[in-house]
Design a protein around this ligand. Sequence first.
Ligand code: DGL
Length: 265
Amino acid sequence: MSGPILVFDSGVGGLSVAAALRQRLPRAALAYVCDNAMLPYGTKPDAWLVARIADVCCAAVAASGASALVVACNTASTLALRELRARLSIPVIGTVPAIKPAARATRSATFGLLATSATVRRPYTDTLIRDFAAHCRIIRVAADTLVVQAERKLRGERVDIVEIDRELAPFWVVGELDTVVLGCTHFPLLRDELNACAPRPITWIDSGDAIARRVESVVTSIEHASETGPAWASAPGPALTKALKAHGFDSPQILQALSAPLPLE
Ligand code: DGL
C-alpha cells in the first residue's frame, strides 16, 4: 500500500517522533496531523479522548491517504490503540512510555516517569511497570504544564524555566535516581531546558527511535518523500505553521469532516 506515514499528536509533540522517523527512514514521505484545538489531551476524560482521537485519526487518514498511522502521543496510545486498530485498515503504531529501556539503563534501579497526568495513572502504564520494571523504584511525575511549555518553545515564544524546574523538583530529592523516562512526546523538545534544570547528570529516555524502528519493520512499501510533507490541524494558524515548517511540513490545512467534540464536563 502506498501513501505517506501519518504522524498524529495533540500538538507539536509528534514532531519529536517525526524527527526520529526522518533519521531512520530519510526517504519516507511523512504527513502530520494535530488536534491543537483540543490541546492538552493529558487533562481530558478517557471516554472523551477515545471518541475524539478516533474521529481525528480517521478523518486525517482519509484526507492524507496514509499507508500507516503513527500515534505519536503517549496519552492517546495508552488509551485508544485498540479502538484505532478496530476502525482503521492500515497499520497503527503507538507510542508508550519507555519503561523497559529505562529499567535496563538505570544503575540504581530507581528512575523517574515524566508524563501527562493521564499517562502516569493509566492501567497501561501500570502493566508496563509490572512487566518490565517490577524490581525498580519509580517516581511518577505528572507535568501537564510542560506540554504547554514545549508548545511555546516551538512557536518561538519564551519558555518559563522556573516552571520547568518546579515540575522536576520531586525527582531531585531522590538521590539514587539516575534516569528519567520522557513519557510524553512533547518533552524531548525541551531537552536543553531539562538538562539545564538537572542538578546532576541524568539519562533521559524517550521513545522516538524505538517507534522509528517499529515503523521500519511494519511498513513494507515506503512512498518517497517530496520536499515537504502535508499537514492538517484542527486549528491551523501562523504560529503552528512556523513550527511545522521548521520540521519539514507544509502549512497545515484545516482538518475537515470532524464531528463536534463530545461536551466536556
Ligand atoms: N504529546 C502527548 C503525549 O505524548 C500529550 C500532550 C497533551 O497532553 O496533549 O502524551
